[in-house]
Design a binder for this molecule. Structure first.
Ligand code: ADP
Ligand code: MG
Ligand code: ZN
Length: 488
């Protein structure tokens, strides 16, 4: 859409990239039957006549999946069509017992969206061709002697998000993939679990001379399940295509796999085209007709999307881009941050403490997240810092004491005898000791190496186990060090 600035990474060749993303919808049950959707259970326990493709079994559409697909479409700026059609995509594969996959073809659920990205070529808007619903296939598990089939996944609802060939670099593809994932996890319709395959993409790429009006022959790389791999695989493939073309070779459109360990791609098949699949409307399923009311409802209940959240955190709360990015990397982190701020903590304090301490101890599993403390506990802890009752150092210690328990930070601070040390006399005495014990550093300080003040503050903090009032500590140390200068 927006014109890219062409980089010279690939000589005078311009990559053209479009991703097809498959994302599992986080429903309880499969798309056309009541079998549970699950991951990691023993093989073939979540199956029934419908998802086994037994004769006479009839599909019944899962309403929840439709709602989730509508939400995803709207969040990606697409127009949701009131009528769409389920079609059979016919092919044979052992993990596809019916001999066809139920998908949507010439009348998909939604079309015409956009997504804002920002990577090596700057801020750009790219197009989203369509969002449609389909069922997942099962899994073939290849052993040394035998291959086995697990159909637990067969019939799991997916949205396929087809992007326009608007991406112009592997880094853009990676950023696009991550942003689509972020949108879906903030909607709560996908768990964003790339390792488990619930979010994966096929990456299409061709190269051409910049300004050329036609696209080159594309290669599709199947089932890439990591942000890093998509970037690596595309980079390798772009170089491969350029080498072929510059050698004068002609290649056919093909489908390739990517081996992340060996960092190379290999031929799967020369690409089949639409005709090979003999698409036709599924006679077992009526057209999907969506009332306008349902679309409106879904639109009105869309949550704040991650990009908007990040923008708000910087514009309204004054956080850095980086901090806002960290807090919006997972919806649970954003919720935790907002709940902490709601207790009265300043955005900056909350953001700093979450970034420095909490995230280290955070455990996430898909959309679930387990925080070491509650937002209320963190709020109470930061209130003690804000009021000057405890120092930043003590706050970290107190956090360690409270984490994983339901202890109240304020009463624990009392019990542990934590309090900022403001006793000038006592501090001055310590300062005197420290300055004479570190005569060499004091000398250097006086010779102009004033950044050694940090060293002295560190010593004082150590001596007071982090309880010295930082401002007072600075002032007393500076006075003592400069006093000595005047004395001589
Ligand atoms: P299919 O469904 O057969 O894979 P589509 O025409 O729907 O084919 O395109 C699939 C994806 O390939 C889209 O994401 C699109 O952006 C991308 N694409 C199409 N043509 C090219 C091309 N010449 N170079 C790179 N990507 C392309
Ligand atoms: Mg395709
Ligand atoms: Zn089933």
């Amino acid at each position: 859409m927006t014109q890219a600035v062409i980089t010279s990474r690939y000589g005078d060749w311009e990559p053209v990239i479009g991703l097809e993303i498959h994302a599992q919808l986080g429903t309880q049950t499969k798309l056309f039957c009541a079998c549970e959707t699950s991951f990691g259970d023993p093989p073939n326990v979540h199956t029934c006549p419908v998802c086994l493709g037994l004769p006479g079994a009839l599909p019944v559409l899962n309403r929840q999946a439709v709602k989730m697909a509508i939400a995803a479409s709207l969040a990606l700026g697409c127009k949701v069509h009131e009528k769409s059609i389920f079609a059979r995509k016919n092919y044979f594969y052992p993990d596809l017992p019916k001999g066809y996959q139920i998908s949507q073809f010439d009348q998909p659920l939604a079309t015409g969206g956009t997504l804002d990205i920002e990577a090596d070529l700057g801020a750009r808007t790219v197009g989203i061709t369509r969002v449609h619903m389909e069922e997942d296939a099962g899994k073939n598990i290849h052993g040394d002697q035998h291959s086995r089939v697990d159909l637990n996944r067969a019939g799991t609802p997916l949205v396929e998000i087809v992007g326009e060939p608007d991406l112009r670099s592997p880094a853009e593809a990676r950023d696009y993939m991550r942003r689509v994932r972020d949108v879906l996890i903030f909607l709560g319709v996908n768990d964003g679990n790339l390792e488990q395959g619930s979010f994966r993409c096929d990456a299409n790429v061709s190269v051409r001379k910049p300004g050329a009006s036609n696209f080159g022959t594309r290669v599709e790389m199947k089932n890439i399940n990591s942000f890093r791999f998509v970037e690596e695989a595309l980079d390798g493939e772009i170089h491969r295509q350029i080498r072929l073309i510059e050698r004068g070779e002609v290649f056919k459109q093909q489908t390739r796999g990517y081996n992340a360990d060996k960092k190379h791609s290999y031929l799967l098949r020369e690409k089949e085209n639409e005709d090979d699949y003999r698409y036709f409307p599924d006679p077992d399923l009526p057209p999907l007709v969506i009332e306008t009311r349902l679309i409106t409802e879904q639109r009105e209940s869309l949550p704040e999307l991650p990009a908007d959240k990040q923008r708000r955190y910087t514009k309204e709360l004054g956080l850095s881009d980086y901090a806002a990015g960290v807090l919006t990397a997972h919806p649970a982190t954003a919720r935790f941050f907002e709940a902490t701020v709601a207790t009265g903590a300043t955005a900056e304090r909350a953001s700093n403490f979450i970034g420095a301490e909490i995230l280290r101890d955070l455990k996430t599993d898909g959309l679930d997240a387990q925080f070491p403390v509650s937002p209320e506990q963190l709020g109470a802890l930061l209130a003690l810092v804000e009021a000057g009752t405890i120092s930043g150092k003590q706050a970290k210690k107190l956090y360690g004491d409270v984490a994983g328990t339901d202890r109240d930070p304020a009463s624990r601070a009392k019990e542990l005898g934590m309090e900022v040390m403001r006793d000038e006399g006592a501090l001055e005495k310590l300062v005197g000791e420290i300055v004479s014990k570190n005569a060499k550093q004091a000398e250097q300080y006086r010779a102009g190496k004033t950044k050694l003040l940090g060293f002295f503050v560190g010593q004082l903090m150590k001596a007071t186990r982090g309880s010295a009032d930082p401002e007072l500590a600075n002032a007393l140390l500076r006075a003592a060090l400069e006093q000595d200068t005047k004395d001589r």
